[in-house]
Structures are given as C-alpha cells and as structure tokens.
Design a protein around this ligand. Structure first.
Ligand code: SRM
Ligand code: SF4
Length: 567
C-alpha cells in the first residue's frame, strides 16, 4: 500500500484535535497536582517551543519511592540567524537564573535552550522573554524550525544579507495560529471570531520537523547538507547574486532499523535572492502533501525525496514555482567550523567569536556576558556550532568590551580538537539519550588531547562530535570523528567526513567504550602526524589511506544505507 494511503499516525489526530495548537494546554498549566501535562498536550506544547522532560538521574530513585518523575520543562527560543540584542541577552539570562537551572544552553541550531523550568514557572518565564520581543513559537514541532544562517559579521553586508534572508524565511513560514499568544502571554481570543487558518501548513501542519539553513561560503558553519533545505549563497563581486538550493538532508536514524538513515542534501539548482522564500514555501508544501504521515520515522523530507525519486520531486516543486529552478552554480567551501577570536570589519567595528564548551554558559562566563550586555554594545550572535560571537562592537566600546573579555576570561580557548567539538545535551534531560554526551565528552577530549599533544597536533582542528543517541542532534555524521551513543558508556565510532561538511563519515567501529576509542584513534593520529600530505585534514587522510572507504558526495553510505546505495 502506498504510504500516503496508510492510516495516519497518532500525532496526526492530536494535531487535528488540538484546534490549531491549543489542545488543553491552558487548563493543564493550572493543574497543581502534577508537574506534568496531559499526553496529547505533551505533543502540542512542542509547537510552542517547549518539551516536558524529567531528570533522568532521579528517575530510578523516584520510581522506587513511587513518586512522580522529577518533571520540568525545556524551552527553546526562536532566534532566526541566532541574533540577539544586548537587552534580549539580559532577559534570557534573567530567566535562566530566576526560572530555570541557572544556565543558558546554546544549541546547534543557533538558539538558546532553558532547562529545568518548573510548570509553575513556565508562563512567567515565557512572559519575561516576551517583554524583549523574544518568543518560542515553532522552535519545536512539525513545522519549520529555527532558520540558521552563517555567522560572519565581519563580512558586513554579506552577513546582513544571509541573516536577513533567514529572518524572511522564518517569518514567511511562521504558523499563523494565535494559540501561543493566547496561552503564554494572555492575548484575548476573539469570541466567535473566524478560526485562523494556516495557509501554508493546513490543520495538520507538516508530517515532521523541517529545517532550513542559509550558508555563506567559504565557511559551511551551518552544515548546509545536514538540512532539509539549504540556500548556499553565490557571491560575485562582493554581492550575493543568488543561492544554490540543496534539499533532503537530515541526520537522524534508529539503531537496528536500516530503513532509517542520515542523508546529505542533494544540490538541486540555483535561484535569485528574490525567489528564496517562494522556493522554501513550495518545497515545504510538497513535503506537506507527499510526506509520510503514517510513520514518523520515515516522515522527513529526505525519505519523501527518496521515495518519490529526485526527478519526480523536482517536477512537483517546479510545477508549483513561478519560475523553475536554474542549474546550480559552482560554489566551494574551505571549512565548516567557527572562526574564533577577534575580527574587524570595514566599518571599523570589532567582533569577538568566543568558544563555549558544548554551548553551556554558566557561572563566571555568564557573569562576563552580563557585563558585556550591560555595555549595550553591538549584538550577540549564536553560532550553529554552539559558540557565541560578540558582534558589531563599535570603536568607542571596543576597549571596554575587550577589558571584560580579559577579566572574565571569555577568551579562554582550547586545543584544536576541543575547539572543533560538538556534544549534544543528552543526559540528564534528554528523554531519548542512550549514553552520555555533554557531561562526558570533555573528559574523553582530555584523553585524546594528551595523544595529540605528544604528536605535535595540539592545534590541529579535527572536527569531533558526540551524541547520546543516533538522532544526530550534534550532526555527528558530518564530523571527521563521530561518536554516537548506543548504550551507557558505548558508542559507534564514525570516521572520514570532510572538514567542509560536504561529505558524510562512515561507521568504523561498533560499540566501543573509552579505552577502545582511545586505542582506535591513537594509531590513526600517529599515522596522520607522520604521513599526512601538506594541509591534509584528518577526515581526508583516513579516506585517502583507506581506513574508511571513499564517500560519494551527496549520497550517504552508512551503517544504515539510503535506498539509492542499497540497490
Ligand atoms: Fe535534536 C530530538 C536536542 C539539534 C535531530 N533534540 C531532540 C530532543 C528534543 C529530545 C526529544 O525529542 O525528547 C533533544 C532535547 C535534549 C535536551 O534535553 O535539551 C534535542 N537537538 C537538540 C539540541 C539542543 C542539541 C544540542 O546539543 O545543541 C539541538 C537544538 C536545535 C534547535 O535549537 O532547534 C538539536 N536535532 C538537532 C539537529 C541538528 C540540526 O538541526 O542542525 C538534528 C539533526 C538534523 C535533523 O533534524 O535531521 C536533530 N533531535 C533530532 C531528532 C531526529 C529527527 C529525525 O527526524 O531524524 C530527534 C528525535 C525526534 O525528533 O524524534 C531530536
Ligand atoms: Fe538527545 Fe539523542 Fe539528541 Fe543527544 S542526539 S540530544 S541524546 S535526542
């Protein structure tokens, strides 16, 4: 039976019954006998940018005591292109300190998560954020998520162009329902008024989440090919003349289910800047109409494309566009990481890109950033690699900001491996984690650093990414070294993505613990130090020397294979 004729999944019914994302959330927030909310509302609240979680460190003990789980909420901001004003930063910090767990967690989609918000604090937290015009609408759920954009503010107009484009896409694809405003900030519902329709999404929204990036070569800091849809700027004479369009990327898979797989997006064409939002809308609409609504594990655009076939998919997109996509142009990336440190732009402004370990900001770092924000200088720009750029600092404020940076050691840096690392949140808040990630990677890095230091590779930027499960929140399949949690203390080890994140890696060892990881990587680092070619990246080295077989750009060849490669 065709997937489009199969019975819809339970979530589809929840969406229809929710009355454009209202559900019974408002009532559930007022119920004081539980820290949680009703099952259906747990799905609905995601569309409002929040998740019900529980502290997994406490789960077993509370179970023994027959107590309710230690429930709290995670809330995720919607911050297109990752840009916040100093006042917005201060509002976020206040919420973290007064209503959440005292930390700000920068995410791999360029925004902030608050963890540990008790139900009784949730509305107040969202309202406090909203006083600075921040919201959490559509930060999660079956809709277009936070739109990410390259962070290179020192390029001036080019950075502005990609950031503005991300903002335009985000605004265009924002759900129209007023449910968020009614439930969280007390907007009156017009009694008997017309129900607000969703012209792009319809009553059941999308089959699954949808992710969009705008990249500014030569730095692929957004991981363009990991996205459902990416617009890659084509720059001529310091001007963006258009964008290459890539569709069908995604990282998630499930261990032991070979029909699920990570997939690098396929570059499908080129468009002028003025056509970008139209293309985003039409590709979203093809996914809305043809995505699998029966099985959420096969519901992302990557599976829709593989099921339809790329030509049929593109035919369907072109038929909805005012002008068909043009042939893709030549574009090259040089690397995927952040350019940490101080930068200057032609307008005399300074920009400081600071390293944040696993995106978690707390304690003295939080205090230092408070002091920077209090200077009211420039903007805070979160990167998709969980770092932060203090951007657009005018000449008259530079000395003050530099002094704060030094005083609070915001310029504390790390070796090349650590600088290039990403760890997803995982335990204790993530309900899907099979293994540690954020709490464990720093320790593993210390062990690997001692090997690299001995070999004179301390400053070598080798991209390493760890996740606590195969969902891929830290985009581990686009890392030169990827570690994907299988069970407590055990990971699958992947090797060989390109440093530009244009080629995925490959499974190298299954179910390895710390000793086995260090034992596997040590001889490879040694061989790399001795026999690498000038300028060769570690990911390219392991492919060239046959440690892992060569990957094919745009296709994946993984533990779990895409259908194109299985046939
Ligand atoms: Fe993610 C689910 C954290 C980026 C793929 N992700 C989750 C949840 C919400 C767990 C859950 O569903 O209960 C995690 C919350 C953990 C916690 O306690 O905070 C979670 N994802 C994150 C973040 C915070 C990781 C981080 O350390 O920064 C990132 C927040 C992004 C944001 O600000 O919007 C995050 N997640 C990603 C990415 C990377 C990206 O978007 O660039 C991916 C891979 C790309 C992709 O989507 O294919 C990703 N997250 C997933 C998946 C697998 C989805 C799939 O269709 O394959 C899940 C599970 C799901 O949706 O069922 C998931
Ligand atoms: Fe949780 Fe898995 Fe995502 Fe890590 S990769 S945050 S463990 S869902």
């Amino acid at each position: 039976m065709d997937v489009l004729e199969r019975p819809p999944s339970a979530n589809e019914g929840i969406k229809i019954r929710s009355n454009y994302l209202r559900g019974t959330l408002a009532e559930g927030l007022d119920r004081i006998e539980t820290g949680g909310i009703a099952d259906d509302d747990q799905q609905v609240v995601k569309f409002h940018g929040m998740y019900l979680q529980d502290d997994r460190d406490l789960r077993a003990e509370r179970g023994k005591q027959r107590m309710e789980k230690a429930f709290s909420f995670m809330a995720r901001l919607r911050v297109p292109a990752g840009i916040l004003s100093p006042a917005q930063w201060l509002a976020a910090e206040k919420v973290a300190l007064e209503r959440a767990n005292g930390t700000l967690r920068l995410t791999t989609r360029q925004t902030i998560q608050f963890h540990g918000i008790l139900k009784s604090n949730l509305r107040a937290a969202i309202q406090a954020l909203n006083t600075e015009l921040l919201d959490t609408i559509a930060a999660c759920g079956d809709v277009n998520r936070n739109v990410v954009a390259s962070v290179q503010p020192w390029t001036g107009p080019l950075h502005k162009a990609v950031s503005d484009m991300a903002d335009a896409i985000a605004t265009h694809l924002l759900p129209k329902s007023r449910a968020w405003h009614e439930i969280w900030v007390g907007e009156e519902r017009v009694a008997g008024g017309e129900e607000i329709a969703e012209p792009i999404y319809g009553k059941t929204y999308l089959p699954r989440k949808f992710k969009i990036a705008v990249a500014l070569p030569p730095y692929n800091d957004v991981d363009a090919l990991a996205q459902d849809l990416a617009f890659i700027a084509v720059v001529e004479n310091d001007r963006i003349v258009g964008y290459n369009v890539a569709a069908g990327g995604g990282m998630g898979m499930t261990h032991g289910e070979p029909d699920t797989y990570p997939r690098a997006a396929t570059i499908v064409g080129f468009c002028p800047p003025e056509q970008v939002t139209e293309i985003a809308e039409k590709i979203v609409s093809v996914q809305r109409d043809f995505g699998d609504r029966s099985d959420r594990k096969h519901a992302r655009l990557k599976y829709t494309i593989d099921r339809m076939g790329i030509d049929v998919f593109l035919g369907s997109v072109d038929a909805r566009l005012s002008t068909p996509l043009q042939p893709a142009r030549d574009v090259a990336f040089v690397s995927a990481g952040d350019r940490l440190g101080w930068h200057e732009s032609a307008d005399g402004c300074a920009h400081f890109a600071m390293y944040v370990e696993s995106g978690r900001i707390a304690g003295r770092q939080l205090q230092g950033l408070h002091a920077v924000a209090a200077c009211d200088a420039g903007r805070f720009v979160i990167t998709p690699n969980q770092n932060l750029v203090l951007a657009d600092i005018p000449p008259d404020k530079r000395a003050a900001v530099a002094a704060i940076v030094a005083e609070y050691e915001l310029d504390h840096t790390a070796g090349g491996l650590r600088r290039s690392a990403i760890a997803c949140v995982a335990l204790p808040t993530c309900g899907l984690a099979l293994a540690e990630s954020e709490r464990y990677l720093p320790h593993l890095l210390t062990r690997l650093e001692s090997v690299l230091n001995r070999l004179g590779l301390a400053e070598e930027e080798i991209v390493i990414r760890m996740t606590g499960c195969p969902n891929g929140c830290g985009r581990p399949y686009m890392a030169e070294i990827g570690l994907v949690g299988r069970s407590p203390g055990l990971y699958n080890l992947y090797l060989g993505a390109s440093r530009t994140a244009m080629r995925m890696n490959k499974l190298y060892k299954r179910d390895v613990g710390e000793e086995a990881i260090v034992a596997a990587l040590t001889p490879l680092f040694e061989a790399f130090a001795q026999t690498r070619q000038p300028g060769e990246a570690f990911g390219d080295f392991v492919v060239r020397t046959g440690v892992v077989a060569e990957t094919i750009a745009g296709l994946d060849f993984h533990e779990n294979l895409s259908p194109e490669l299985r046939s």
